[in-house]
Design a protein around this ligand. Structure first.
Ligand SMILES: Nc1ncnc2c1ncn2[C@@H]1O[C@H](COP(=O)(O)OP(=O)(O)OP(=O)(O)O)[C@@H](O)[C@H]1O
Length: 439
């Protein structure tokens, strides 16, 4: 979606307002005593060691696919979820361990706007009540009359009318409801607003208006904004810096223009390739990622992106090309994820009137799971592919998994990449970037 927004000044040089270090939020999945007794204590590692800084007056966008942990990060930063580990410092105060009561004075300064404006507004309250109730709780305004005056001013400030004060949320359009949500957040004169996909639920025609409004308000109120979005097309015009998240971790952070002009992480590159371009000639380079996002219950070892990475690194002794290695590595991942089983292969072959003996099934599986011709691989790699195919066809799944794991290792699955500098304010956590920095 291309979005016409007003010009945006870049602001990244303010003092740090919020500093997040090693933040984790895991959701326990074991449902009871029995689960714990049998050792089934899996947890969803929704946020798994995040470092971020938000400077005064800037907009930091957090971008990543659905389920990568953006909302959980926003909520944990604001202490709406208890953090599993790590720290959140707001103006030199550690807030992640504060109780609800201790958090109260900070709530006023740290506000959130949600994706679905209607769900976040009480349907039984008028807009006047919605805006004045938080002011009353935090002792803003001398009396009810003054608070109501303030509420009317806020309505005007967000592009609504003072006369709207007696309306109920369902009497507004989606865009107007989001304006009410923004006015409510502003009613407490916060320093920071976390906006969780504030325009995703709105018509495209309304999205740019709300983005422009946030941008103007940020200047007028001297706000810092954390803007959560699932794709990069929305954030270019509003963000000063962007943090890209994948499976609970931040994989790259950079000033917005630098991220668009010189992305370093292969995941960022794939997200950028999905942003619609004005020049149709640019559309050929869309990077389609292999497979789906793995489960945060059991994230991949090493670099979490390695199962889908189009730039995965071959081991030092790989005898073929990088392209060949990626094909072999895709084969490995498809075997490990159980993408195709021999029964499905046999059903398919029978439907096509073909033989279903082990050899034919193995050939079919290799053909489906390996994105290149086995003959193009180095001989020992091709042997491993056939061995795994035979094992799958004869119902020896574990054997097939052992073969591909041993034959196609990558440094990307063994070690967790550390964030390394890729320019001023630009950090990426990728073994390739790390290797380039070391040379
Ligand atoms: N209360 C919860 N209990 C258990 N798991 C949860 C809970 N909240 C979120 N999760 C899981 O944590 C992971 C991250 O979810 P989260 O909503 O933070 O992702 P997201 O990037 O904001 O996705 P979306 O864009 O779809 O909102 C998901 O796997 C989700 O299912």
């Amino acid at each position: 979606m291309s979005m016409q927004t007003t010009g945006h000044k870049k602001r990244t040089d303010g003092e740090p307002l919020l500093t997040v270090r090693g933040l984790k939020k895991h959701f326990d999945q074991s449902s009871g005593v029995l689960d714990r007794l049998v050792g089934d204590t899996g947890s969803v590692r929704a946020v798994d060691g995040v470092d971020l800084t938000v400077h005064e007056g800037e907009t930091l966008a957090i971008v990543g696919e659905s389920g990568c942990g953006k909302s959980t990060l926003g909520r944990t930063v604001l202490n709406l979820h208890d953090a599993t580990a790590g720290s959140v410092t707001y103006r030199d105060e550690e807030i992640s361990e504060l109780s609800a009561g201790e958090m109260r004075p900070y709530r006023r300064n740290l506000q959130m706007i949600f994706q679905d404006p209607l769900a976040s507004l009480n349907p039984r309250q008028t807009v006047g009540e919605i805006l004045t109730a938080p002011m009353e709780v935090h002792g803003i305004g001398a009396d009810g009359e003054e608070r109501l005056e303030r509420a009317k001013e806020l309505l005007q400030r967000v592009g609504l009318k003072p006369a709207h004060i007696d309306r109920y949320p369902n009497q507004f359009s989606g865009g107007q409801q989001q304006r009410v949500g923004i006015a409510r957040a502003l009613s407490l004169e916060p320093d920071l607003i976390i906006a969780d996909e504030p325009v995703s639920a709105l018509d495209v025609s309304v999205q740019a208006q709300i983005l422009n409004l946030l941008d103007e308000l940020q200047d007028d109120f001297g706000l810092s904004l954390v803007f959560i979005a699932h794709n990069l097309s929305v954030v270019r015009h509003v963000a000063d810096r962007v943090a890209v998240m994948y499976l609970g971790k931040v994989v790259e952070t950079a000033p917005v223009e630098e991220l668009y002009d010189d992305p370093q992480h292969p995941y960022t590159k794939s997200l950028l390739s999905a942003v619609p371009r004005i020049d149709p000639g640019d559309r050929d380079d869309r990077i389609i990622l292999e497979g789906t996002v793995p489960s945060p219950l059991n994230p991949p070892t090493g670099c979490r992106f390695h199962t889908r990475c189009p730039m995965v690194i071959p081991p030092e002794d790989w005898a073929g090309s990088e392209e060949n290695f990626r094909a072999a590595f895709t084969f490995r991942n498809r075997v490990l994820s159980g993408e195709l089983d021999p029964d499905a292969a046999k059903t398919r072959l029978s439907a096509e009137g073909k033989n279903t003996d082990d050899e034919t099934v193995a050939s079919y599986l290799v053909e489906q799971l390996l994105p290149c011709n086995p003959a193009d691989l180095p001989p020992n790699a091709a042997d491993a592919v056939w061995e795994a195919g035979d094992a799958l066809a004869t119902e020896q799944r574990e054997r097939a998994e052992e073969v591909v794991t041993a034959a196609f290792p990558s440094p990307c699955e063994r070690e967790t990449p550390q964030p390394v500098s890729a320019g001023e304010g630009h950090v990426a956590a990728c073994h390739r970037v790390q290797a380039e920095n070391n040379t």
